[in-house]
Design a protein around this ligand. Structure first.
Ligand code: ATP
Ligand code: PMV
Length: 496
């Protein structure tokens, strides 16, 4: 049997932070071109599963499989990885539930070798660039080989907020489901296999909650499975019975709860793509934030001030929904009249937003398309203002003044459409939507290049771009090992 490779993308929550914790509201999440890859191969180590994350030091974990199917971590290896261990226990239990004893028999007979690799953007590459004497630019990031070793243990890595654990668990659980034939390879991507994807989602969602020790909204796992979307959360009561017992024990009744047909899974996923010629640009800002404490404090504030909070959330939600409708309407305009759309995208990409409406002579169709881009900008600014208001009234730095200044500077750059702080906000990242002009002139820098110039000139030297863009493929994918640039090499290097 050859290797099974399944990848899952990272995420950026553009709008809907905090609100999506409540199923009354929704959020817009974009999945990223940066992916996690899990490579599962049969081994010649009877009864042993070896998991290797070659980007990190001391990142080899060994598990033994008893003939009764129990999976125990070999504690003589380095630091335990509960995310990996819980993914193995629950996926293999589910596989044995559905496929019978052949799953455990195969593991006892031959064992399993698993490699886990995350795209460079999941981890801050600031130090890697410094070591190579390179400045933090998109061009230089592309010079770093894929899956570059970070030369530190995982516990010391600086993450960039793309949702490494959700992408890791989604790719690992789905790779094992495919490897053991619980879901067919073609059902990962093809249409008409919604039940397989839903099972993969429900399993990953549960394992991620178990591993993180908390139940968040789950937008990260949903984006990892289904791709960019408008997300409304699941009701956490569906997995509560699975969370009540001991974390590492084998769970009874796993399939009944995780089955695609279980109507207790109430999440809603409405697929969405960024409009054509609009590029997502992300920056990692040097100061980190502690998301759980931001969330805890905002929720405390909401509980203590229900009226103020609900009024603010209702009006914020209206803006968030309008943001989604405007994105969809722009894609529809491209479908309707691609030539006109591209002409407008070119025109606007060469000027600052304040000039977009300056020409009164433009034909009506052009004007109306420009108005939609202006609307996208206006709504995103309204959202920022309301997120700041929430931050000020709750005393939580959702868009702290340093981020406000950085975003305002970016939004004044030629061809920048919208921006904000992703997810829970804080000090550690910003997102921008910029025109990616259809016709590029060598001598005129693109909006992304202009933004980079601004970041490079900052005295604080605190901003590193991420090379990630929106994922062009939706959610989880079965991959061919040799077709993913650098994957085979990263695995071979780990073996040497
Ligand atoms: N390459 C990897 N190999 C194995 N385990 C990993 C890898 N990357 C991350 N992990 C697991 O994920 C854990 C980090 O999860 P955590 O929930 O703290 O991060 P996160 O919220 O997903 O971070 P971010 O959104 O910034 O990427 C690590 O402690 C480790 O167990
Ligand atoms: C605040 C919250 O809504 C978003 C957190 O997003 P992020 O991890 O900061 O990207 C929490 C959640 O949805 O689980």
């Amino acid at each position: 049997m050859s290797a099974t490779v399944v990848s899952a993308p990272g995420k950026v929550l553009l709008v809907g932070g905090y609100l999506i914790l409540d199923p009354k509201y929704s959020g817009i999440v974009v999945s990223t071109s940066s992916r996690f890859y899990s490579v599962v191969s049969p081994a010649s180590t009877p009864g042993v599963i070896t998991v290797n994350s070659p980007q990190f030091i001391n990142a080899v974990w060994k598990y033994s499989i008893n003939p009764n199917g129990a999976i125990e971590e070999d504690t003589s290896t380095f630091n335990a990885n509960s995310f990996v261990h819980l993914a193995l226990i629950n996926t293999l239990t589910l596989a044995a539930n559905l496929k019978g004893p052949e799953v455990t028999d195969a593991l006892v007979k031959t064992g399993l070798q698993i490699h886990i690799l995350g795209g460079n953007d999941f981890y801050s590459q600031r130090i890697t660039l410094e070591k190579r004497g390179l400045s933090p630019t998109l061009e230089n990031l592309n010079k770093i080989p894929p899956f570059t070793p970070l030369e530190i243990p995982i516990s010391q890595v600086n993450k960039t907020g793309l949702g490494s654990s959700a992408a890791l668990i989604t790719s690992l659980t789905a790779a094992l489901l495919v490897h053991f034939g619980v879901i067919a390879r073609e059902s990962i991507t093809g249409d008409g296999h919604e039940d397989s994807r839903r099972l993969a989602h429900n399993l990953a969602q549960f394992v991620h909650c178990l591993a993180q020790g908390k139940v968040g909204s789950g937008f990260d796992v949903s984006a990892a499975v289904f791709g960019s979307q408008i997300y409304t959360r699941f009701d956490s009561r569906v997995i509560q019975p699975l969370l009540d017992g001991s974390r590492f024990a084998k769970v009874e009744g796993l399939y009944q709860i995780l089955a695609a047909t279980n109507s207790g899974w109430t999440q809603k996923v409405s697929p969405l793509r960024l409009p054509p010629h609009v590029r997502l640009l992300l920056a990692d800002v040097a100061v980190g934030s502690d998301t759980p404490s931001l969330v805890g404090n905002v929720l405390k504030w909401r509980q203590a001030n229900p009226e103020v909070a609900n009024d603010l959330w209702t009006s914020l939600d209206e803006e968030n929904q309008e943001f989604g409708r405007t994105l969809k309407s722009l894609s529809a305009e491209w479908e309707k009249n691609t030539a006109l759309y591209e002409q407008v995208a070119n025109y606007l990409s060469s000027m600052q937003q304040v000039q977009w409406e300056a020409n009164p002579e433009l034909p009506k169709e052009e004007k109306s398309l420009i108005d939609r881009f202006v609307k996208l900008r206006t709504i995103s600014e309204n959202i920022r203002a309301k997120m700041r208001e929430m931050g000020e009234t709750s005393g939580v730095p959702i868009e702290p003044p340093q981020q406000t200044k950085l975003l305002d500077d970016c939004l004044a750059v030629t061809g920048v459409i919208a921006g904000g702080v992703p997810g829970a906000g804080g000090y550690d990242a910003i997102w921008l939507l910029v025109f990616d002009p259809p016709r590029k002139h060598e001598k005129i820098p693109t909006p992304a290049a202009c933004v980079e110039i601004l970041w490079g000139r900052r005295e604080e030297k605190d901003v590193t771009p991420l090379s990630t863009e929106e994922s062009v493929t939706k959610g989880i994918q079965v991959e061919e090992l040799y077709k993913v640039p650098g994957l085979q090499q990263a695995i071979s290097a780990a073996r040497n």
